[in-house]
Design a binder for this molecule. Sequence first.
Ligand SMILES: *Cc1c(COP(=O)(O)O)cnc(C)c1O
Length: 477
Amino acid sequence: MAPESRDIDEVLAQLRAYRSHDAPTHGGRVLSYVYDSGRPDLDEVAAQAMRLLQPVNGLDPTTFPSIALMESDLVAFGRTMLHGPAATGSVTSGGTESCLLAVKAARDLWVARGGTGRPRIVLSTSAHAAFHKAAHYFGLDVDTVPVDVASGRAAVGALEAELGPEVALVVVSAPSYPHGVIDPVAEVAGAAADLGIPCHVDACVGGWVLPWWEAAGGDPLPQWDFRVRGVSSISADIHKYGYVPKGASLLLFADGELDLARYFATTGWLGYPVVNPTMLGTRSATSLAAAWAVVQTLGEDGYAGLTCRVVAATAAVVEAVEDIEGLRVLGERQGPLVAVATDEDASPDRRVDPLLWVAAVARRGFTLQGQPSLTQGDGSVVPHTAHLTITPVTDGLLGELQPALVEGADEVRGHTLPSLEALSQNGIPDPVALADGARAGGDLDLTTVLMLIETLPREASAQLLSAFLQRFTAPRG
Ligand SMILES: *Cc1c(COP(=O)(O)O)cnc(C)c1O
């Protein structure tokens, strides 16, 4: 049925009804995906900036110079923040696009310098999935180095051992998303530089908060930005700890040659000359405008102030978790992300399974993120965990969050996950049935989904998830 034209008020009312299904984006009850500064004035300036740039096409900054002006202001801010006074780069649509472009640039430079065969990326199991996506899209092989299960960090020697002439790029994280661990950036970037291999620092999540961490009272951090020899590019998502609406990440290159390799340009067709510094052609200028406006409003001191609240809240959450019998904080984490695993030192009847804990804490009004376990290439198993992203508003919620974490653990202490037999009694769940169930009831049993991911071969679970989402987003009826 083709919809008839409708009254604006009615259209917006329906949109509001759709929105009512969403997880809360403000207030700090969802500890992943959203980064609430707690400052309504930032939402307001972003909304006005988006409105102002709404009709502009970001494809061509020569026709719409405001694009170039906003972008160069943000790159200038990034140069100071990341200590790369000569760095160049772009604002992209998000972390994934920044990572894709970092890989594309490195691949093209590798080819330009005479690389033959299939190029490789070296990274550890904690590196973001976006690099696997980049390798898949752009035809590279991935060498995945296991992390040490205790520290959450790959051994420098193991990463170095993978370096060679076919390596187009080595990737380190500051910090890693799963466990919030900062990789040995100086050692890896230095070793790569000795071999002429570029090193990308994925600071998608850390890039807009770690620069102020120590001054905000946080623990001292190792250097991870352009001050480090051998760091050739950095991704830093403005739409995470930059507190701007989704659709903005900063990608900076230390070296103009590598930066230029991310461009795509052609004059080989009948239309206008195409020069694309990023992946898209025609693109909205709204998220760039919102990012620009929020960053101008906050300034360095604004970020420093918000980071103080993140540092305080993170310390409180870590302390609260460490006090919970049966759970432990995983890895040598630094910064605002926390991963929580079962404390294997506790007796079995006192242990808390993080996936059951996530569900129990959800019943108390807070959404943590379950992460599946992974058997690494060397056979070691990184256990499943609960992930918490701490934001400035977490600080004001500690009075509610802390008891929710404690009482959630009390509820499930000593419980074990349902057995695999129970799960697979009726064979592997049908993704279509899972999606239909979630659409009807609005609730998806994430514990089961994560257990499936742990149980099935990785390709099978990836296929199942794709089929699930295809169904979940398909037209109804
Ligand atoms: C979020 C994140 C990404 C991907 O960013 P998106 O904005 O979700 O596309 C990449 N790397 C790290 C470390 C991240 O935290």
